[in-house]
Design a protein around this ligand. Structure first.
Ligand SMILES: Nc1ncnc2c1ncn2[C@@H]1O[C@H](COP(=O)(O)OP(=O)(O)OP(=O)(O)O)[C@@H](O)[C@H]1O
Ligand SMILES: [Mg+2]
Length: 250
């Protein structure tokens, strides 16, 4: 940030560069991940360069074992890279302490998983409010924000239901509400429709589409072309590198 406060900021190129930087949510350069398996090393990511700007909707595709989940886990600060650079909202992530990473996961990122990962004994409202406890939001505001988010995903009438009292699609909506309640800079989803029938999956994709229209930045992993077709931009991973990066014209 400090590098962009120049006295010459009035010139056109400097303004353009400033806008450019502020628009970038994700920037990675030469991102690598190796897993040691006994004496062998699995090179899961072999140097990924990528920029994701605000309000982009990106799908990551690729065959099984190509590194999709590994990439998602690194972007989501759930795991640390073996090498390369990563900036989230202009902040360098490499070398951050576990506490700082936990804070970033809570404040900047929202996660949606194939298997929902909800607390089984907690109501939809309590599940959605949970990230706000970690963010130290007062109780009354937590309940209000969680309720508003459940309304937004179409579950206003199901707030007191527990996960086992809801359908798969409704559970995934709760998970999406939970991911969004902290207003994250980036929503990450790994195979979000993988456990749903195709009609319910389409409903969830329609919800992601609405969120995108409202300004959300999204990145989702899928191995289904039908699902990837909802995104604006598709990255194809192969053997730990981005083989293709396709943008749709809309
Ligand atoms: N924890 C781990 N320890 C060792 N190797 C791993 C680990 N996680 C992933 N790998 C290896 O890294 C490579 C990439 O795995 P990854 O899970 O990222 O693939 P993927 O593209 O998500 O596949 P899928 O479509 O099956 O989910 C694979 O060769 C995998 O075996
Ligand atoms: Mg995977």
């Amino acid at each position: 940030m400090s590098t962009s406060t120049s006295t010459e900021a009035g010139t056109a190129p400097a303004q353009a560069a400033g806008r450019d930087i502020s628009d970038v949510v994700i920037r990675v350069e030469g991102l690598r991940k190796e897993y040691k398996m006994g004496s062998e090393v699995v090179r899961a990511l072999r140097g990924v360069d990528l920029t994701i700007r605000r309000n982009e909707y990106v799908a990551v595709m690729g065959p099984s074992g190509s590194g999709k989940s590994t990439f998602m886990n690194l972007i989501g600060c759930l795991d640390v890279p073996s090498g390369g650079q990563y900036w989230l909202n202009g902040q360098p992530v490499a070398g951050m302490s576990e506490t700082a990473l936990a804070r970033i996961r809570n404040r900047e990122l929202g996660f949606v998983f194939q298997s929902f990962n909800l607390l089984p004994r907690a109501s939809a409202l309590d599940n959605v409010a949970l990230p706000l406890i970690y963010a130290r939001v007062p109780k009354k505001e937590r309940r209000e924000r969680a309720a508003a988010m459940l309304e937004k995903v179409g579950l206003g009438a199901r707030m007191d239901h527990r996960p086992n009292e809801m359908s798969g699609g409704q559970r995934q909506r709760v998970a999406i509400a939970r991911a969004l309640v902290t207003q994250p800079a980036l929503l990450l989803a790994d195979e979000p429709t993988g456990a749903l029938d195709s009609r319910t999956g389409e409903e969830i994709m329609a919800l992601f589409g609405e969120l995108h229209t409202q300004g959300q930045t999204l990145m989702l992993v899928t191995h289904e072309a039908d699902i990837a077709a909802y995104a604006q931009r598709v990255l194809f991973l192969k053997d730990g590198v981005i083989e293709r990066d396709e943008r749709k014209r809309d």
